[in-house]
Design a protein around this ligand. Sequence first.
Ligand code: MD6
Ligand code: FE
Length: 217
Amino acid sequence: MNLDLFDHPDFHSNWREDLCPGAVVLRGAALEDDVRLLAEIDRIAGLVPFQYRATPGGYAMSVAMTNCGDFGWVTDKAGYRYQATSPENQQQWPAMPALFRAIAVKAAQEAGFPGFDPDACLINRYQPGAKMSLHQDKDEHDFGQPIVSVSLGLPAVFQFGGMERSDKTQRVQLTHSDIVVWGGPSRLRYHGVLPLKAGEHPLTGSYRFNLTFRKAS
Ligand code: MD6
Ligand code: FE
């Protein structure tokens, strides 16, 4: 009989933390793919460089962004939206790497959302001090599809709130290779990221990267 937890083939994603119904953290779930994920981020950013976009209100965001997949999330004075091309070069976004898609689909499945079909991957880059204010993800068409969020590099404090901006929030530390899956009754919860603390990560230096996969169309 072998009940050794560490021999379990799925050990890497077996440490789950339920945040609230429909939201779960799969700790370390991207660990075995971290180097390849970061290489793909580098390659994509070489094609479509990270940009500090403006909010519709005209403020520069502190998080730099690029995208891959059929659709990319952008913001400017015209508003928040998904579009098939980059505003910088009017070209289609780079294709979503098969590895990205496979990780996102598997994580969604493990979290109880089989059949996730992401067509958009927003790539966020945080430097020290960068933050994301409380917001809802509601620019997608089908709230029946979850969001899968992969954290890489420096740790960050994620805030999870409720359905109203003023609802109390819980704080969760997201570290390198954690994956958050978020859907069902949690899909429209407010959430944000507190200002990134300076640090040095062996794979990403002074940055945190976050991949968020969505079905946008
Ligand atoms: C971030 N993430 O972690 C920002 N949204 O850098 C998000 O805004 C987010 O992680 C919806 C679901 C999961 C997320
Ligand atoms: Fe979000």
